[in-house]
Design a binder for this molecule. Structure first.
Ligand code: 6PG
Length: 248
């Protein structure tokens, strides 16, 4: 397995999501057996919605929902009722349809007009839940990530200050091209996870994916390159369209 991690190329988006759902079910049950709980951070955007639908239907009976604890790897600076809210998407596609206790769902309070305060509050939520002090970094069982056509992941966009964050777990990252802050996990938190899984579908992602997996371009240009779990597993779930630019 290269430093890029394990690359799984599936023919269609449906097969991609079925394969990711299978892996998630395996990891969830393994974590509950080993540690009594499964901690997962969800990605946002449009890609994971099909996975969430699958987990709430076909895979519903195979998951230990009462032992699963949900967080978000990033969130838009909007209220939970906003159409752009990652929480709203996951709640509508999955969480409102499965027997997960409300106390197991930890959304980012992104309605707070003070983005920095919202980030700090979420960091404290993480530290309290994982019972870690100021110098320690919590270890998620699984962090789901997507990748934008520009190579960004979570809300760590090319050339943004958040890429250099070394001490905080969560930041309010100013994204000039979107003229907004985004609340995002930082690289130290992402790279501390037991498993990180990228879901990448569609031809529009092919050029950036090639740059991330096969070029010498910097992580500053393609932040997804900076996702290198320290002692965890990295899996890329790709469909053939997204992988169409890869040489191997
Ligand atoms: C977000 C995400 C972001 C997303 C990519 C891909 O809040 O937008 O977390 O990192 O994963 O932008 O988005 P799509 O899945 O919509 O292509």
């Amino acid at each position: 397995m290269s430093s890029a991690g394990e690359i799984r190329i599936l023919t269609t988006p449906q097969e991609l999501f079925a394969s990711a759902a299978e892996e998630l079910v395996r990891l969830a049950n393994q974590a509950v057996e080993a540690r009594g709980r499964f901690t997962i951070a969800l990605s946002g955007g449009s890609t994971p919605k099909s996975l969430f639908n699958l987990l709430a239907t076909n895979a519903k009976s195979a998951l230990p929902w009462d032992r699963m604890f949900f967080f978000w790897g990033d969130e838009r600076h909007v209220a939970p009722t906003d159409p752009d809210s990652n929480y709203r998407m996951a709640n509508e596609a999955m969480l409102s349809k499965v027997p997960v206790p409300a106390g197991n769902v930890f959304r980012v309070e992104a309605e707070n007009p003070d983005a920095a305060a919202a980030a700090e509050a979420y960091e404290q939520t993480l530290r309290k839940f994982f019972q870690v002090g100021a110098d320690a970094v919590p270890k998620f069982d699984l962090i789901l990530l997507g990748m934008g056509p520009d190579g960004h992941t979570a809300s760590l966009f090319p050339g943004t200050a958040g890429l250099g964050e070394k001490s905080h777990l969560v930041i309010a990252n100013w994204v000039e091209k979107l003229q907004t802050h985004r609340l995002s996990f930082t690289l130290p938190l992402i790279n501390a996870a037991r498993c990180v899984a990228f879901l990448v579908s569609g031809t529009d992602k092919a050029p950036a994916l090639k740059a991330v997996l096969e070029s010498v371009a910097s992580g500053e240009q393609y932040p997804s390159k900076l996702v290198q779990p320290k002692d965890g597993k990295l899996i890329w779930f790709l469909d053939r369209a997204a992988a169409s630019g890869l040489s191997s």
